[in-house]
Design a protein around this ligand. Sequence first.
Ligand code: GUN
Length: 294
Amino acid sequence: MEILDGKKVSNEIKQEIAVQVAKMREKGEKVPHLAAILVGSDGASLTYVGSKVRSCEKVGFESTLVKMPSTTSELELLNKIEELNKNEDIDGFIVQLPLPPQIDTQKVLLAVDPDKDVDGFHPMNFGKMALDMSTFIPATPFGILELLERYNVDTKGKHTVVIGRSHIVGRPMSILMGRKGWPGNSTVTLTHSHTKNITQIISQADIVISALGVPKFLKAEMIKDDAVIIDVGITRVADDSYEKGYYITGDVDFENVSKKASFITPVPGGVGPMTIAMLLKNTLLARDRHRNRK
Ligand code: GUN
């Protein structure tokens, strides 16, 4: 069994990006600038956005965090997005999800300039991704592809089972694993809450990508020998014996599943850090596109 070490790979990617940014500075060029909008004060979202901003600083990017109260109206958020769309200094930005209930997420995603949409959530970018056109690939699926590639994991002709059909992970992942090329060329089954015989389907999987959010859902007896296991779940489980009052766990019973798998991502330290590294990569791409348009 080999660990797909997202922490190590993401640090390598950040190092590669930092070198590129240092060269830009040397040449007196503008460095990439990422902005993030956070509406409300959801604990997990605050943590994620905080990590994104810190990672920008680590690689030498400019970053801007726009914090808006949970009572923000849809119009106020749309106005802020328009401001960032027009701001020539900002190469890319994200609106952290989920949004409060008074705001229509679809309207918000449509309002982001597709050229600055480093999350790849705008329907134009999502459509381009589905049609194999060059675009921003959502950071978590992009990070999973990068891990598979850097560890030379064979995906051609394999049966990939994706658990969960979220717009952020499961849906794009199912498209990407079935695309021509590598990593891809898989036969994909996208499972969700209405899937019948899910355990039977998982038992036939060469590659399982779980984005469910149910702690320790995937047990050793459910998988095939030597399956590749990608755990996208990040759940906070309340536990007073931890300093923070909770611990983080994935969808996979790592201790037992790891004994049977050929490759596996840990939680934490697997897919999570890769997401941030790929967001930085997308921002670098946005900066290059932005410069080429001028
Ligand atoms: N919420 C959970 N994951 C993500 C992500 O990748 N991007 C944004 N914007 N919000 C998220």
